[in-house]
Design a binder for this molecule. Sequence first.
Ligand SMILES: Nc1nc2c(ncn2[C@@H]2O[C@H](COP(=O)(O)OP(=O)(O)OP(=O)(O)O)[C@@H](O)[C@H]2O)c(=O)[nH]1
Length: 619
Amino acid sequence: MSPKASKPLVPAKTDPAAIRNFCIIAHIDHGKSTLADRMLQLTGVVQPRDMKAQYLDRMDIERERGITIKSQAVRMPWEYAGETFAFHMIDTPGHVDFSYEVSRSLAACEGALLLVDAAQGIEAQTLANLYLAMEHELAIIPVLNKIDLPAAMPEKYAEELAHLIGCEPEDVLRVSGKTGEGVDALLDRIVEEIPAPVGQPDAPARAMIFDSVYDTYRGVVTFVRVVDGQLGHREKIQMMSTGVTHELLEIGVSSPEPEATKGLSVGEVGYLITGVKDVRQSKVGDTVTSANKPAEAIIGGYEDPKPMVFSGLFPIDGSDFPVLREALEKLQLNDAALNFEPETSTALGFGFRVGFLGLLHLEITRERLEQEYNLDLISTAPNVVYQVTAEDGEVLTVTNPSEFPEGKILEIREPVVDATIIVPAEYIGAVMELCQSRRGQLEGMDYLSEERVEIRYKMPLAEIVFDFFDQLKSRTKGYASLNWQAEGEQAADLVKVDILLQGDKVDAFSAITHRDHAYAYGVKMASKLKDLIPRQQFEVPIQAAIGSRIIARENIRAIRKDVLSKCYGGDISRKRKLLEKQKEGKKRMKMVGTVEVPQEAFIAALSSDEGNAKEKTKK
Ligand SMILES: Nc1nc2c(ncn2[C@@H]2O[C@H](COP(=O)(O)OP(=O)(O)OP(=O)(O)O)[C@@H](O)[C@H]2O)c(=O)[nH]1
């Protein structure tokens, strides 16, 4: 993040009246990043020869998957009526797992571009993001994107959008992020319609942290929006929630490459570098003030990201445990939403219980651990968080089936969500049937237009987070879009199903499920394992049980594997070689009680056959 040494510092203080802070909100794949690319080009901050698609998605994994994970803030100049304006554009991720990032970015803006694909129309996350923007009282500019597509229906969707936000269809801008058509008119509209930031220039400095990223060379880079006063180069700053002070080594703006400035003043969006090495010291949502003249009140309105899904991560090679710990610690430097604690499993050895925002977050984290740190991992079936009241009245927070208390249980509470599904009206029946089978309760239904409907359900998180989206897509020929948000908890009839091999519980295969699904889980797991575990020298029963009650059973028949049978004659060295080879093979086995289970059986039994979470959860 270093500026070129010889470059003079850009003067501090931009007149707040000439600043416009905005973000782009949209359903996933409606083209935010592509539109952002065009804006960078049109405003001249990125030269055509340096331009690459999705310029702002810097992480390799973001490029590979074509999605935005971390938000980015970029400063761009724009001439309007003879005056130069400074735009701060904050690109936001669109996936539901990362919606907390959207909410932070929104709090740093005065306006939002609501981007809708002109060939798709409004989708579930368009609504969710719009409601968030309205909560933050942002000025909203409706924009239809991808008008170059032959399938685009701008007239139809302009009406839909106008109806939704209460404006005239003519007020809906039409652009193409791909060809650039209409983008300069959009930039003008930003000046006209988004209010300039207001703050008190002479008050003690207050800046709100909306993102922190870890940079290998510079440590933590903190992105802030200055609300009051100003922060200067080399100033001593204080984090208001903890009182910790740091010296500012560098302050600047991204344009889109980092450019050091003398300071940041009211309404400006930029970055701070203090040499701190851990993002948790620069907490998103915290207020930065000046240590010499501290402000009195923190800027409010933030939520901390809360993990929704937990899974155990175990190295396949037990000696990789320290590497896994170090890798998780490094990822956490850059991902405040990731949390983990050590876990021991009798079947899988030492590993970590890791909390994620959702399945995509889990998959990305796992992929990064495997790619960037060269680890081979087994992950256990993900589960949500349960509140379990045991017989003695004690309430336990259970993030792992192995923590499930033995004995009688008074109540189990599970997280629930409000789900919004948008589909063409002909699929209402199919969607309702699916939601009902997942213990959903219909909350309401509205027609967005004659043929498209918004259906709202209250559902258990555990029912929606895993393969629900796949099912929804296949029942609606891919036309449904889904969004959900946490909405508290409810009591439910849940049980823990254990899997036993020769009478010994295999903790890695235990699961908490609804009583109605317990039998199906038991049967599926027992028959999967029967195929995966090789025959042993004795008979091995595989059982599924709720408490002491067996609900399913399979048997692996005994064999005696005589490796010497091929070896007639008395060549002792050949016999020895075969026995050695058999010993080698045994090393790759895990002993569960007296049963040898090959490593691959764990991997295969725990791997879901559901494929890729991004594909599943993308619209
Ligand atoms: N024809 C056409 N395609 C577009 C346009 N804008 C974006 N696309 C394509 O739509 C796809 C999604 O675009 P992105 O810009 O990655 O979408 P996004 O909303 O940023 O997606 P996330 O970062 O994953 O949230 C890409 O394949 C783009 O090439 C457009 O104006 N016209």
